[in-house]
Design a binder for this molecule. Structure first.
Ligand SMILES: [Zn+2]
Length: 457
């Protein structure tokens, strides 16, 4: 090594920077709790009050070259691609933020978000809440951006599990059913990203992610709740201070249920407290990220739907279900497609990656992704630490792994197809994705990451 570059490095380090050369971060939140009387889901019921409030929260990150992302955590069950596309376009226009990730915590004691003027909650009050919530989300992104200040980032992970795999197999007939599968795959950790203000040396925001359905609050409760993610954020703030914005991101929790399922509000708070404690441990043990360039990449592919049943099976099913109007509606759709020689539409799959050098990557996907995808990303993404979101920027049901999709009719609620009525048969896709979806997902995800080898010269 010659001494030239070394001296140059020292000079740069000694001269005071005119502007901060690193990351800037800002965060904001706004309450979005629907008023009593509004319909909450899932299952649908009219709320009679509030157990704990729902929030829209945003962590905004930008670098000095103009790359930026708004990471939004919402205590809401879901929103369609149409809703997310429109909202992200509005954010782009009104806040000047090109990339927004809208993550839905999937709490089953909240409401779904619809497009402006076309709420999924049918009455007037519902559509008022809906449009007000859209405004609130835009406001938190604008505020987070406005407040952005020089910050340093650190990432960490700690062991925790607030739920279990929910797919069990009946050994007699091979049929998958819903239960508590303690041996099945799950994501046994929480990931955190902390943004510390360089001005105060204190954290201004904590982004934390865990993978499990927020379904500990019972579906019989008529009180609105953020379920365990709300309680986890509350615990983090008890220790770090109320002015720290805690943004929750739901991971690949499609096949994980919070435990104990549909029990009590107290149990949800207990689980949240545990998740909060683990997040605090992860924060304490977190490592500084030195990369100062933010890279945001996205790609869109289509996941084909499973093939339709043949005419013989369809005729059998139509005979069997002739008195069930809901089922007949789907069977007639299938009949129509078969007559036209068509296949059901595929699912849109958008993959996003927010990257800081090789030190950190947030991978985000739509839908209710199976946890195996998050485990795969963690193993294969070429970064020191990863964080993974599902339920982001759009929703069209479950995306299982190929092994589950290959079970066909025995695949259960998330992956089953006719002649068994899994949840996906009721969608416009008339069944789950086709076998092969897993490969398409993995290829889309890895196309966003830097390749392991240098490109040929
Ligand atoms: Zn779900």
């Amino acid at each position: 090594m010659n001494s030239g570059p070394l001296i140059l490095t020292c000079l740069i380090a000694l001269s005071p920077p005119s502007t901060h050369a690193g990351i800037r971060a800002g965060a904001a939140e706004q309450e979005i709790t629907p008023r009593a009387g509004l319909e909450i889901q899932h299952y649908f019921r009219k709320s009679i009050g509030v157990r704990d409030p729902l929030f829209a929260r945003c962590l905004y990150l930008e670098d000095t070259t103009g790359n930026a992302v708004a990471i939004v955590g919402l205590d809401l069950i879901m929103a369609s691609f149409e809703t997310c596309d429109e909202l992200r376009a509005e954010i782009r226009e009104k806040c000047g933020v090109k990339n927004t990730l809208l993550n839905f915590s999937h709490t089953h004691a909240s409401a779904a978000l619809g497009p402006r003027g076309r709420s999924t909650v049918s009455n007037d009050e519902g559509s008022q809440w809906n449009d007000h919530t859209l405004d609130s989300i835009i406001a938190v992104v604008a505020k987070a951006r406005k407040q952005a200040e020089p910050a340093s980032l650190r990432a960490g992970r700690a062991k925790v599990q607030v739920g279990y795999n929910r797919r069990l197999t009946n050994t007699r007939n091979g049929q998958v059913f819903m239960g508590v599968n303690r041996m099945g795959p799950a994501v046994p950790w929480v990931n955190v990203l902390v943004a510390d203000s360089l001005r105060t040396s204190k954290p201004l925001a904590v982004l934390f992610e865990h993978a499990a359905h927020p379904v500990i609050v019972p579906h019989t409760s008529k009180l609105t709740s953020a379920d365990f993610p709300g309680a986890a954020g509350k615990r983090i703030r008890e220790i770090l201070g109320d002015d720290v914005i805690t943004v929750f991101g739901q991971g690949c929790g499609g096949n994980i249920n919070g435990f104990p399922l549909r029990s009590t509000h107290e149990k949800a708070e207990e689980a949240g407290r545990r998740l909060g404690e683990a997040s605090l441990k992860a924060i304490q043990e977190s490592r500084r990220i030195t990369a100062s360039l933010l890279t945001v990449k996205s790609t869109t592919v289509t996941l084909p739907s499973a093939p339709l049943p043949d005419r013989e099976l369809l005729a059998e099913m139509m005979d069997l279900e002739k008195h069930n109007e809901d089922r007949m509606k789907q069977l007639r759709r299938i009949e129509h497609l078969l007559e036209e020689g068509k296949q059901p539409p595929g699912r849109r799959f958008d993959a996003h990656a927010v990257m800081l050098g090789r030190e950190w990557c947030l991978t985000a996907m739509p839908h209710e992704m199976f946890c195996q995808y998050e485990l795969w990303i963690d193993k294969h993404a070429p970064f020191r630490t990863t964080m993974t979101f599902a339920f982001t920027n759009g929703y069209e049901g479950y995306v299982a792994v190929d092994k589950a999709l290959a079970l066909g009719a025995r695949g259960g609620y998330e992956a089953g197809r006719l002649p068994n009525w899994g949840g996906q048969v009721y969608s416009r896709h008339l069944g789950p994705p086709a076998v092969g979806a897993e490969k398409i997902v993995k290829r889309a995800l890895s196309s966003l990451w830097p390749s392991e080898t240098l490109p040929p010269k």
